[in-house]
Design a protein around this ligand. Structure first.
Ligand code: UTP
Length: 473
């Protein structure tokens, strides 16, 4: 679109403020602003203003018929041991056949951690200080070796795209075949003020931010990544978040449950640690699977118990899924009735005041619009949810300190290593929380889950002794 036409379209849509300082900008700045403006779907922005801002306070979540979602309990909690064993076989066969790829969402801004750089470059392990990206790369390499088929790995990013790619190049993808690692950018959305006006972060820059992890699904299609997967015979996508190094990203049993049920989207649940835990809840409504955020589920429902005294809404979401490739394609191409909704979040957005001077707000002053991956669930055929032990799958690095911080995550990694080692007779001393007295590390090349660790341990020619700072690799 010609420059003047684009500016006129913004004016006609009531968004002329985007070009308020246009005449003050250099030719390059003008070009950059126009390029950014072109990314914006003004029709979508005005629809979201109507639906999310103008209608704020109306309705809220419809609780009619909302019930806890069924899930597959683990065998030790009464689940069907035969079905779990069958799932393992199926998943292993799919891995050996090369049907599975990994998909990491790493396009977030990581504001709570406050780390300078892509979150995946954060050093997380207790002895080697291996970064999140390195841990995943090593798990993927080890699993590829175990099943005799290299696993393709997809990653979405945005603001940090160049830095992410450069980091992988610097580390030569930790030995993974570079042809099988693919990066692509997710979409962005402009921040809006309370009147639905697009905000500027500087005179020549629109306040844009990534469109949420849900945006990564349409980006998978738009970037040609689904075709790329198809050309390699992959139909099953293992989805996880960049901030969770405990994740069993290559989990044959989970893959097997997904395939066994001919599911389009599968999920892992952990039993909530306590009624008010801040996780999404797996529910169902009108025969469809939904995840209801803790902020949307009334406290009384969060606390409801069944006849045995267990929480009714017990299934917490930990953002780990398996997605069917063609389901993602259908979602991306599906049009308005088959699209993920946007959610609105009030945030502090650096911007300009009326005189054009920069403002760094101390209170939320604008709205960010994001899509969430779990909103794909209601569209999925045969969604299946399985139980997983939290200690083996979930310990995210979200905050700089306290809960879900680097410290809590490192401690969880140490507990996991100690459990694996002690299950094989290492006899390590641990405290009441399972934390070993010695600090050591298990590199994924030695073991990336209980089974691979046990195999490696047994194969060792000499007895293994673990002391402070030992690295098993
Ligand atoms: P979070 O919701 O924890 O957001 O993302 P964040 O941006 O990493 O951190 P804060 O909220 O700013 O502190 C969960 C996962 O989803 C990815 C993140 O990279 C992380 O793996 N994500 C989030 C995206 O890929 N794109 C997004 O637009 C948002």
């Amino acid at each position: 679109m010609a420059e003047t036409d684009l500016i006129e379209t913004f004016r006609a849509a009531g968004q002329g403020q985007v070009f308020e300082y246009f005449s003050e900008l250099s030719a390059t700045e003008q070009k950059d602003l126009l390029t950014e403006a072109q990314e914006i779907d003004l029709g979508e922005v005005s629809r979201l203003k109507r639906e999310l801002i103008d209608a704020a306070g109306e309705g809220g979540l419809d609780l009619e018929g909302l019930a806890p979602a069924p899930y597959e309990s683990r065998p030790e909690h009464g689940g069907d041991a035969e079905a779990w064993a069958e799932a393992l076989q199926l998943g292993e066969a799919a891995l050996r056949a090369g049907r599975v790829a990994l998909f990491t969402v790493a396009g977030g801004q990581g504001t709570r951690l406050g780390f300078n750089g892509p979150k995946g470059t954060f050093p997380v392990t207790p002895v080697r200080s291996a970064t999140l990206f390195q841990v995943f790369a090593e798990k993927i390499a080890a699993a590829g070796k175990r099943y005799g088929k290299a696993l393709p790995w997809l990653m979405t990013s945005h603001q940090n795209h160049e830095a992410t790619v450069a980091f992988f190049e610097k580390h030569a993808c930790w030995g993974l075949d570079t042809e099988r690692v693919r990066f692509f950018r997710q979409g962005r959305m402009p921040a809006l003020d309370g009147d639905g006006k697009i905000m500027l972060s500087a005179k020549g820059t629109i306040a844009m931010s990534p469109d949420g992890h849900g945006g990564s699904l349409r980006a998978l299609a738009r970037s040609g990544s689904l075709d790329w997967l198809e050309s390699q015979g992959v139909d099953t996508i293992s989805y996880f978040q960049v901030d969770n190094p405990l994740v069993r990203c290559v989990d044959p049993t989970f893959i097997g449950w997904h395939l066994r049920r001919d599911s389009e989207m599968s999920s892992k649940m952990v039993p909530k640690a306590y009624a008010g835990e801040k996780v999404g809840h797996f529910c169902q409504q009108d025969g469809r699977a939904v995840v209801v955020e803790y902020s949307d589920l009334p406290a009384a429902m969060q606390e409801e118990t069944d006849a045995a005294g267990n929480l009714r809404f017990i299934a917490g979401s930990i953002a780990i899924h398996i997605l069917d490739r063609d389901f993602v394609r259908r979602l991306a191409e599906g049009g308005a009735d088959f699209a993920l909704p946007f959610h609105l979040a009030h945030k502090k957005i650096p911007t300009l005041d009326a005189s054009g001077a920069p403002v760094n707000p101390t209170e939320p002053n604008g709205i960010k619009l994001e899509m969430f991956v779990f909103d794909a669930l209601p569209f999925a055929r045969n969604p299946v949810t399985i139980e997983t032990p939290r200690q083996d799958d979930f310990s995210p690095v979200k905050n700089a300190e306290g809960v879900d911080s680097p410290d809590s995550c490192r401690a969880d990694l140490l507990r996991q290593y100690a459990r694996w080692a002690n299950a094989n007779g290492a006899g390590l001393e641990v405290d009441a929380s399972g934390l070993p007295v010695v600090k050591f590390e298990v590199a994924p090349s030695f073991g990336y889950d209980e089974a691979s660790f046990a195999d490696q341990w047994r194969q060792s020619a000499t007895p293994i002794s673990i002391v402070d700072q030992t690295i098993l690799a």
